[in-house]
Design a protein around this ligand. Structure first.
Ligand SMILES: Cc1cc2nc3c(=O)[nH]c(=O)nc-3n(C[C@H](O)[C@H](O)[C@H](O)COP(=O)(O)OP(=O)(O)OC[C@H]3O[C@@H](n4cnc5c(N)ncnc54)[C@H](O)[C@@H]3O)c2cc1C
Length: 380
């Protein structure tokens, strides 16, 4: 009989890695419980390819009840509350007690936070990517606006990949000359966290492809075919594609885990929260880098954090002294269209940050394809 129960909240990127790593290290020594409302998990980097029709949703979706084969207890349902003092969570009325808790609940999309935005298209979720694919198939001409509606948002590269993949898509359909493409964002430059070189490189790519770029624009409304901003003149559109504002799930706010930023503050090396035996990983967390910028929200980081937290919890249970530190290294592919991609990689905790941007080439595109296949094979 296992003496300890470790509960992992959220079966997305971070949660699946954490639960698998814990089980493979602890085996019968601990009960690993994974709580998730949506058992059909899909791979978000591929949503862009769903949008362009290059992937079918079922090809990038896996049922996480398969993790039960590894001995993980998968609890399907809505997490209703977290009681930090009693060390319990409530899943649809079922109370589960924990000895250690890993919060991996991600970031929620909040299109309702901006008037009119709920009607926009978005490839930031699977159903949205499918809907946009169908609309794009009959779009012949007009103004396509991509808008990043708020900061922070997950995957700093994804709005730029979206713009460049759409550009390439319209070329393939021989309607590019009839389509105007523009990207609006509150960021000062593309992928500002990756430094000025990456920003300049991406801005150059957008200019080369004829995609108008409007940084420093904070959206206030998307109504009557027009984007309105706090700063700058309004912009008309025929088709609107949005990265909606993000927020932490209400349940973590209600539990008192978040701070003024709206996210869960954690120790950047151990992912510990202020609460004993409670860890948080991935998009739901806040880590502030030495220059005041937020550590980006991305799957590669959720993955690395999950491994460190799981290994340290396992080491403690097994009575081992060794502990790992999370060091904030990672990489991110940047699809640029026409079967090419760039790659940004480096050390995000270093001060100054050390990020290299690799020139777009088919190699990095195939790197992303290989990574997708590996991910879907490795973790399910
Ligand atoms: C279009 C797109 C492209 C991307 N491309 C990349 C990329 O190329 N590289 C990269 O590194 N990252 C990429 N990302 C970002 C990456 O997907 C996220 O950063 C990553 O999924 C975060 O992992 P997570 O575990 O923190 O959260 P998630 O993967 O979002 O998982 C959170 C889980 O918690 C569940 N949940 C939430 N609330 C509850 C509740 N109350 N009860 C039960 N379950 C709940 C959710 O259903 C969800 O499954 C991309 C994202 C998008 C949208």
């Amino acid at each position: 009989m296992a003496e300890q129960t470790i509960v992992v909240l959220g079966g997305g990127v971070g949660g699946v890695v954490a639960a698998s790593e814990l089980k493979s290290r602890l085996k019968e020594r601990a009960r690993i419980v994974l709580v998730e409302r949506n058992l059909q998990q899909s791979f978000p980097p591929s949503y862009l390819w769903v949008m362009t029709g290059e992937r079918k949703p079922q090809a990038i979706t896996r049922d996480i009840s398969r993790l039960e084969r590894k001995g993980i207890e998968v609890v399907a349902g809505e997490l209703r509350s977290i009681d930090l003092s009693q060390k319990t969570v409530d899943v649809d009325g079922r109370e589960i007690a924990y000895d250690a808790l890993i919060v991996a609940l991600g970031a929620e999309l909040a299109p309702d936070a901006v008037p009119g935005l709920a009607d926009a298209h978005s490839y930031y979720h699977l159903a949205g990517a499918e809907r946009l694919r169908d609309v794009l198939a009959t779009f012949e001409s007009g103004r396509v606006a991509l808008v990043v509606a708020g900061l922070p948002f997950k995957c700093p590269a994804a709005p730029y990949e979206g713009a460049m993949l759409l550009e390439s898509y319209f070329h393939k359909r021989h309607v590019r000359h009839n389509v105007e493409l523009a990207l609006y964002t509150p960021e000062p430059a593309p992928m500002a966290v990756a430094g000025p070189d990456a920003g300049e490189a991406i801005q150059g790519m957008l200019a080369h492809k004829g995609i108008a770029y409007h940084p420093g624009r904070q959206l206030t409304a998307a109504e009557d075919g027009r984007l309105s901003f706090e700063n700058g003149s309004p912009a008309p559109f025929d088709l609107l594609v949005a990265v909606p504002p993000h927020r932490a799930p209400q349940v973590v706010q209600d539990a008192g885990l978040t701070d003024d930023s709206g996210w869960i503050p954690v120790d950047q090396h151990t992912l510990e929260t202020e609460h004993e035996s409670v860890f948080a990983i991935g998009d739901v967390t806040r880590i502030t880098l030495p220059d005041g910028k937020p550590f980006p929200k991305a799957g590669v980081f959720a993955h690395g954090e999950a491994q460190v937290v799981a290994r340290n919890i396992a080491a403690r249970i097994m009575g081992l002294a060794k502990r790992e530190r999370y060091e904030g290294t990672g990489y991110c592919f940047l699809e640029t269209g026409g079967g090419s991609a760039g790659l940004a990689q480096g050390d995000f905790f270093a001060h100054p940050r050390q990020i290299t941007m690799r020139t777009p080439s088919p190699i990095w595109h195939w790197g992303k394809v290989a990574f997708e296949r590996y991910w879907l094979w490795r973790w399910y």
